[in-house]
Design a binder for this molecule. Structure first.
Ligand code: FMN
Length: 219
């Protein structure tokens, strides 16, 4: 499975088998986490075998079952977009490793001692992961026209980027991001909304993958 296929196959999954993650899967995820923490300054932390974090009213209300593994997205208070960008890299890698995932802003509880939060940092949110009991379902989506703007005919690469962004997970499926083509570069913005800056980071990663353009595309 390549990254584009992972984008198409990924849907939020909230119900998991209780079997633990395979050792080689843990090693590969940990290696990527170490690498992305170094380049981003985030302190993403993989937690395995913890049944407590998703044993609370909001997790049950959100129909989460069997979640014992997650990535704690820890970083500076202004690192929301970075969390989205690097967290989604891990989400797509997890999909390629045969796992399922769900970004979770609210439906969990904070259990002391499971991860570390240094002074000046915060836990932004978590990403639940494991072997899903389903593969999830495709979300409803806005149209390309609703979330993008360009003068004249839309270049193929720009359309492919927007299409990939429309497949991205966003909090409550809000899809508040917008992409505007200006010359040969792109301005990505977001409207106000719950976790919309995390969503923007996620959508920008999808756009880069779909369009085949590097991160220097951003204005
Ligand atoms: C930043 C963020 C926060 C989210 N928080 C929650 C949450 O607290 N509870 C939940 O059940 N789903 C949560 N989700 C999952 C979204 O509901 C889901 O991504 C969206 O409905 C689109 O569906 P899809 O991921 O299957 O494409 C979150 C997603 C994102 C990106």
């Amino acid at each position: 499975m390549n990254l584009i296929e992972a984008i198409m196959a990924r849907h939020s999954v909230r119900s998991y088998e209780t079997r633990p993650l395979a050792d080689d899967v843990v090693d590969k995820l940990q290696e990527s986490i170490n690498q992305y923490n170094t380049v981003s300054g985030l302190r993403m932390q993989l937690v395995t075998g913890d049944p407590e974090t998703f044993d609370c009213f909001w997790a049950h209300y959100g129909k989460f079952t069997g979640v014992t593994n997650y990535i704690a997205m820890v970083g500076a208070p202004d690192a929301a977009e970075l969390c989205g960008y690097y967290g989604e890299k891990l989400v797509l890698e997890a999909q390629m490793l045969g796992l399922n995932t769900c970004w979770v802003g609210l439906s969990y509880k904070k259990v002391p001692g499971r991860y570390t939060i240094a002074k000046g940092e915060k836990l932004h949110l978590v990403i639940a992961l494991g072997y899903g009991t389903t593969q999830g379902v495709m979300h409803k989506s806005k149209t390309i026209d609703k979330v993008s703007k360009c003068q004249g005919e839309m270049p193929k690469w720009f359309r492919a980027g927007v299409e990939a962004a429309l497949l991205a997970p966003t909090a409550v499926n809000q899809q508040k991001f917008r992409f505007e083509l200006i010359g040969d570069r792109v301005r990505a913005t977001t409207g106000w909304g719950f976790y919309s800056k995390v969503d923007l980071g996620i959508a920008k990663l999808h756009f880069e993958i779909g369009s085949g353009k590097p991160s220097s595309i951003w204005l």
